[in-house]
Design a protein around this ligand. Structure first.
Ligand code: ZN
Length: 597
């Protein structure tokens, strides 16, 4: 058995494996020559082609031996960095009684993404998406005093999420491995410190995994809580949209991003709004070209939504500048709703007496007392605006928003556009690009401890809810992001910390005794030195072996060929795509040197 606990290898891990099995001829690596037809993003194609994963069903994948090696390396990095900030590893069940999710309220707040099932007695059960409820259950029965806090608890475990449209290989899947951590503090100041500890640990984790990433402000969504940061790996395959400043460190998810807009100087308008006929005008665009109409940025866009708030459906009139687009997540978050949907045409007519093309905020509350009016901040103090008259084929002009529309609340609701000003600094402009979420950290506050009754006694003897944070990283997301960010036309280029093997020893011709003997000897030496080494002893042409090694992305290949007669081998660097001739006796020292650099 090879010794893997070699001190000079920072990422070495303790797999008890039989050295004799690391032979490609015996090892299960089913590589594919062609791109699979149903794979669209690069990481999906390459992970399939390299024999890392196989699909079982939509959004459900198996890790083959190479995939398992990579996942173990990721998990080891996660463990080391969690332990370094005082984390204690748990292992909680994936199957939960629905009861605890009912206590937290998430049984009702979360929709079809949650896997729900019944046991043989008919009791509702849940397959866990995260573990706030289970950890809170442990905390409430065991923790009584501030003296027992803070606690940092984590686990690495399988989670379930019934994605509506699983796709892109490992990027959006229905069962996945997650490292989830939870912190328990007596007060906000404690949470702030725990949150920073986790954020710093996350930076180290992603850096060690060889990923490029940014930290962005994000929506907390169904998790609740006061503040959250996402860790994003920029990638064209990403499903999230990131907004960042060209000048300062402002970065946010599009669903949270704000911008600084150029002020618009409005001419004073009439003393009261004037109604005018607009036959056939249905859209903002129509009104820009209609005689006596208005430019889009002088119009008010009026949208009716039905929001689910505290389990009840409530109508909301949403006002935006005509040239702006609503971001529905921002609306949901601002209203503290669990869901929003556009109102149906018949609901709109019942509320406002007109069809969608002729709506407006003026007089809206007279028609519908329960209607809540919310507006995007860019409309504040605007006057002489044009909007629908709540009468088919009629509009109003000369609308002064402060004077004419009883806005209940002002929010940031518009979708930010590239080129708008940065909300944090004076000079920067915003750019927009795609990214993959690889981690998300939340200040939960007392959302779970209050609803589930997890309290402690403070130093003054007061009973207070525990202040919590939760912190998640997806193992498959890290693996996908690594491939998205590190590949070329020939295949994957694994970051050295994640590579399934450090080095492959390729014997170019198995029929030649001298090559075979030299290869076997070097393979054993590298193993003794603590490297994860694969011996390509297949009875294949050298070209096939090189192509496969490039595809699966092992950082180094040592090629045992004709030059062995002079004691030389070829050392190929997969990332630099460069090779050099090296004395066979110097290979171990050279690779060791590289690991230390
Ligand atoms: Zn800025």
């Amino acid at each position: 058995m090879a010794s893997k606990s070699v001190a000079h290898l920072p990422n070495s891990y303790a797999l008890s494996e039989n050295a004799q099995t690391m032979r490609w001829s015996r090892y299960f690596i089913p590589t594919l020559r062609e791109d699979p037809a149903d794979a669209e993003v690069i990481s999906h194609k390459l992970l399939l082609r390299a024999g890392v994963i196989r699909q079982l069903s939509a959004g459900i994948y198996s890790f083959l031996p190479l995939g398992q090696r990579i996942a173990i390396k990721v998990m080891q990095i996660l463990r080391e960095e969690m332990n370094a900030i005082g984390g204690q590893e748990f292992f909680l069940p994936a199957l939960h009684p629905a009861e605890i999710w009912q206590e937290s309220g998430r049984w009702y707040a979360i929709g079809d993404e949650m896997f729900r099932l019944k046991d043989r007695k008919g009791t509702d059960m849940v397959l866990g998406m995260t573990h706030e409820e289970v950890f809170t259950t442990i905390a409430r029965s065991e923790i009584r005093s501030y003296k027992q806090l803070p606690q940092v608890w984590y686990q690495i475990q399988t989670k379930f999420r019934d994605e509506a449209r699983p796709k892109s290989g490992l990027m959006r899947i229905r069962t996945f491995i997650m490292k989830d951590a939870y912190t328990f503090d007596v007060d906000r100041a404690g949470l702030d410190k725990s949150f920073i500890d986790q954020r710093e640990a996350y930076k180290k984790i992603f850096t060690r995994c060889g990923l490029q990433f940014l930290i962005v402000e994000a929506s907390s969504g169904a998790m609740g809580g006061s503040e959250s940061n996402e860790f994003m790996a920029p990638s064209p395959a990403g499903e999230d949209v990131i907004v960042s400043c060209t000048n300062c460190d402002y970065a946010a998810n599009l669903e949270k991003a704000t911008s600084r807009l150029e002020a618009i100087a409005d001419e004073p308008g009439p003393a009261v709004p004037e109604e005018f006929p607009t036959p056939g005008v249905r859209t903002i665009e129509d009104l820009t070209t209609f005689p006596g109409g208005a430019d889009a940025n002088r119009q008010i866009k009026s949208l009716v939504f039905i929001a689910t708030i505290d389990g009840e459906s409530r109508p909301v009139l949403v006002l935006l500048r005509g040239d702006h687009q609503l971001h529905e997540t921002k609306l949901t978050d601002s209203l503290r709703a669990t869901a929003v949907r556009p109102a149906h045409p018949d609901e709109i007519r019942e509320l406002l007496g007109a069809s969608a093309g002729s709506l407006g905020g003026v007089g809206a509350k007279n028609r519908s007392r329960d209607l809540r009016i919310v507006a995007d901040s860019s409309l504040q103090n605007r006057r002489n605006m044009t909007t629908g008259a709540n009468k088919d084929d009629h509009h109003l002009r000369g609308v002064d928003i402060a004077r004419d529309i009883p806005v209940d609340e002002w929010f940031e609701l518009r979708t930010v556009e590239a080129g708008e000003g940065c909300p944090r600094c004076e000079t920067g402009t915003l750019e927009i690009f795609k990214g993959m979420e690889i981690g998300h950290i939340f200040k939960l506050g007392t959302k779970y401890s209050a609803s589930m009754g997890a309290t402690v006694l403070t130093q003054d003897g007061k009973e207070v809810p525990i202040v919590m944070g939760s912190y998640g990283i997806g193992v498959e997301r890290i693996i996908s992001a690594a491939v998205e960010q590190h590949h070329d036309d020939d295949g994957i280029i694994w970051p050295k910390s994640l590579a399934p093997f450090d080095v492959v020893v390729t014997i170019t011709n198995m029929k030649q005794d001298d090559l075979r003997n030299a290869g076997e000897k070097l393979y054993e030496e590298l193993q003794r030195a603590g490297f994860d080494v694969l011996l390509d002893d297949r009875d294949e042409r050298a070209g096939v072996k090189f192509k496969d090694a490039d595809l699966i992305g092992i950082p180094y290949r040592v090629t045992i060929g004709k030059k062995i007669a002079d004691g030389m081998v070829e050392l190929f660097d997969r990332s630099a795509k460069k090779s050099e001739d090296v004395r066979i006796g110097e290979v171990v020292a050279k690779l060791r040197q590289d690991r230390q650099d």
